[in-house]
Design a protein around this ligand. Structure first.
Ligand SMILES: [Ca+2]
Ligand SMILES: [Ca+2]
Length: 250
């Protein structure tokens, strides 16, 4: 015979609870205690912690770290990456589906739709759809957290400019294998050679300023957005004002 019993209030608070059952029949005979069931009640909302644009991974990787496991809901469907100067979005079709490392509570997205997996040069803002990201108990992050980063081919020193500093880094690693982006392997084939020199030469003198981007056209987001988030919310997150042609914040 199977019974369904509502858990008593004492077991509904946050934390780990052990539940066991004992029954008494009409004659007063009491059963032994059942085997136990452990229940974890989680009422703590997960949070977005930090972001990292990892140029030194084997392929460029955007890593987003959360306060706990949100893996089952993490993926490219819960983020939008926008070029802050042009308002262009990184197409979802160019992004990996996303993976999640439970021990570090970190989700990773890569960009296999681009040659060598490297994003076009630009200053990017990641919009994280917090209402769609939940922990295992279903608690959502909520809101629209953001993470800003930049991509600049040839900028081995990661100072937002392609200069002789970067050339010297490349020269110091020239001809060597097992190298990373910050060692001059801008083509992500592990080797520093003329291919990387040509990438650097093509961007020599280019820089991405820290200042506010130039005025842009009114919001023209073209990709379908999760319905929880309107274009105006996304636009306010980008520049603090709804659907206008204002300046993006620094
Ligand atoms: Ca540099
Ligand atoms: Ca290379």
């Amino acid at each position: 015979m199977t019974y369904s019993v509502d858990a008593p209030p004492a077991s509904t608070g946050a934390g780990t609870h052990t539940i066991a059952a004992m029954v008494t029949d009409l004659a007063g005979n009491t059963s032994s205690t059942s085997s136990t069931l452990t229940v974890i009640v989680d009422t703590t909302l997960p949070t977005f912690q930090t972001g990292l644009f990892d140029v030194d991974a084997s392929t460029q990787s955007l890593r987003l770290t959360f306060s706990e496991n949100v893996g089952p809901t993490f993926g490219k469907q819960v983020v939008i990456i926008v070029d802050r100067d042009t308002n262009a979005q990184i197409p979802a079709a160019s992004m990996s589906n996303g993976s999640f490392d439970v021990p570090s509570s970190t989700g990773t997205l890569t960009f296999p739709g681009y040659a060598t997996g490297a994003l076009p040069d630009g200053r990017y803002r990641t919009l994280i759809f917090g209402s769609n990201i939940t922990d295992l108990a279903g608690n959502a992050i909520g809101g629209l957290p953001t993470f800003d980063f930049f991509a600049l081919a040839g900028d081995a020193s990661l100072d937002r400019a392609v200069t002789t500093t970067d050339f010297n880094i490349l020269a110091g690693n020239f001809g060597q294998s097992g190298r990373t982006f910050t060692q001059g392997d801008f083509s992500y084939d592990g080797v520093v050679n003329t291919t990387d020199f040509n990438i650097l030469a093509g961007n020599f003198g280019k820089s991405l300023s820290l200042g506010a981007p130039a005025a842009r056209a009114a919001s023209t987001t073209s990709s379908p957005q999760p319905t929880l988030f309107s274009d105006s919310l996304i636009d306010r997150t980008l520049d603090g004002e709804p659907n206008d042609a204002g300046l993006l914040p620094v």
